[in-house]
Design a protein around this ligand. Structure first.
Ligand code: ZN
Length: 306
């Protein structure tokens, strides 16, 4: 069940019933045991999910670090904490957003956000239903120890790398980046504007990509898919991808005004599920907001971009 990646770094992978079908959680050896980074979705039967992992480990889980508040990363935090007695550590900003998103849910406001982007009411309703189902699988810890950039956890340095989530943290040590979803291989991390999110997540993400290029780690262990052997090179590829998408967004608006939803239909065509269409709309909006910050487009009173 546990896959050893290099001395002191192992991972366990769980299946996911989402658009992406698996998530990786990492086990970092420390003197007294293991640091668990990320926890998958919350489970109705945490014992069945985690006991085989705990039994296979040669030492206890000492602490649980959450990279960001998306369900597939924070969802099992309380489950594992209850099973092991280990404390949960979560980024300060990320925890605030986690409580806003999952602690005091406001489905009407969530739906209103998508309607404002021009999404048809039926699609927005589908999103709220999906999100209610997902909320049941988010067992975040109510009182984690809060981490700030520059903090150290068992010799790993905490960095704040925004974009995929506003308060996304990563761990860095000796050329190793425990990256969460800041970089992914084969797909690009979703970047979107949500209710209560920071105003320009794509702008934030460009800063994150620059920081990864500057750090130039030897390897990035990511939340999904394959390990990245050239993180700085992958950061450059993803930057080029978003620059191309910004150009395509601008081209879609040539001579016409469109809502973010309509832009999403042009950038991501095809028949998407409500949840995937939400990702597409959030991502289109992130690109529109970035273009607006550069003064290249403008939003009118009807919510259309010119
Ligand atoms: Zn993820």
């Amino acid at each position: 069940m546990i896959e050893q990646l290099e001395p002191g770094i192992a991972r366990v992978t769980f299946r996911l019933p989402l658009g992406i079908d698996h998530v990786h959680c990492y086990l970092l050896r420390c003197p007294a045991g293991h640091l668990l980074v990320d926890t998958g979705l919350g489970s109705r039967d945490p014992e069945a999910r985690w006991r085989p992992v705990l039994d296979e480990l040669d030492a206890p889980i000492e602490s649980i670090v959450v990279t960001h508040m998306h369900p597939d990363h924070v969802g099992g935090a309380r489950d594992v904490a209850e099973l092991t007695g280990a404390p949960v550590l979560q980024g300060r900003e990320d925890f605030e957003q986690c409580v806003r998103a999952w602690g005091r849910r406001d489905p009407e406001r969530f739906a209103a956000h998508w309607l404002e982007q021009g999404m048809p009411a039926a699609a927005a309703g589908g999103i709220v239903a999906d999100s209610d189902r997902l909320a049941d699988a988010v067992h975040f810890h109510p009182a984690p120890r809060l981490l700030d950039p520059g903090d150290e956890v068992e010799g790993w340095r905490v960095e704040l790398l925004r974009g995929h989530a506003d308060g996304h943290i990563v761990l860095v040590r000796d050329g190793v980046l425990i990256a969460g979803d800041t970089l992914l291989d084969g797909i690009t991390p979703a970047i979107g504007v949500y209710p209560d999110s920071r105003p320009d997540p794509l702008g934030d993400y460009f800063e994150t990509l620059a920081r990864i290029e500057e750090l130039a780690p030897r390897v990035a262990y990511t939340g999904h898919k394959r390990t990245i052997a050239d993180p700085a090179g992958r950061a450059r590829e993803i930057r080029a991808h978003h620059e191309d998408r910004l150009a395509r967004t601008l081209a879609a608006l040539a001579g016409r005004a469109l809502t973010p939803y309509e832009v999403s239909l042009r950038l991501f065509d095809g028949d998407l599920s409500p949840t995937l269409r939400r990702f597409a709309t959030a991502e289109a909006l992130a690109h529109l907001v970035r273009l607006a910050a550069d003064g290249l487009v403008e939003r009118d009173g009807d919510g259309r971009y010119h």
